[in-house]
Design a protein around this ligand. Sequence first.
Ligand code: C5P
Length: 299
Amino acid sequence: MSVTVRVPAKVNVQLAVGAARPDGFHDLANVFLAVGLFDEVTVTPAAGLRITCEGPDAAQVPLDGTNLAARAAVALAERYGRTPDVHIHIAKDIPVAGGMAGGSADGAGALVACDELWGIGASRVELLDICAELGSDVPFSLVGGAALGVGRGEKLTVLETGGDFHWVFAMAERGLSTPAVFREFDRLVAVADSEVPPPVASAGLLDALASGDPDALAVSVSNDLQPAALSLFPALADTLAAGRAAGALTALVSGSGPTTAFLARDAGAARQVAEALAASGTCRSVRVAAGPVPGASVL
Ligand code: C5P
């Protein structure tokens, strides 16, 4: 018997970052949108904990205990006093180290899959609690849709959306480490000698999401990590410019990057932007995906 869970990628339509906290994390106002690029996590009983992975980026995925899927299985097993004897297979379609919560998706997926396989029936609250221990973005991978995350980004409020938003994602030639991007954010703040205001969700952005109007969303998106990602990976500016020139309503770095995200008015416009980006030579590959989509779901 095995259980498969499908989990979406995310794009941050707003990522407001506060000053570094004493614990090294940053308070955020993080508006997540789940989009239709998915990993599938399959768990099967086994003699011990084992992870395998397939997909274009599979070679970059750690197959040891540091993988968030492994940590999720161990965390759930420990809570319920059992051993995590399970083979976890990840069919990976979300870019690795891309700023689209691919690792978090696998953590949430493994958690929901093991809960089902082991017949635990943990409550939503318990699952969200384990997700928050695993990482700041993991609770959102469980919930999906659209949500505002505060604190480290793990305290979620579900948001209304008035329709589907059509996106193009450009994958970069290499990944970026999230801690490195936050460190660069801190360095840029120190260099500028500026005060970092407390992060606040933008009312205009929440209205735009609720209205489903892509033009309104396009003028409201923001990402405070974008200057840091561009500082570490300056060539991303060329990708952003290529997408804008191709007619995207707006272009931004997704989360800590280096994946870049382009909003289009509809599915047809997204395909056109995707074709132009693919021909621009400024990225490794291009994908089209719409959101919101549901979070971790048992297939
Ligand atoms: O929570 P998670 O393990 O995914 O975070 C990865 C890293 O990103 C953290 O170790 C920290 O460096 C940075 N981070 C942060 N503030 C947040 C979330 C993440 O500084 N709110």
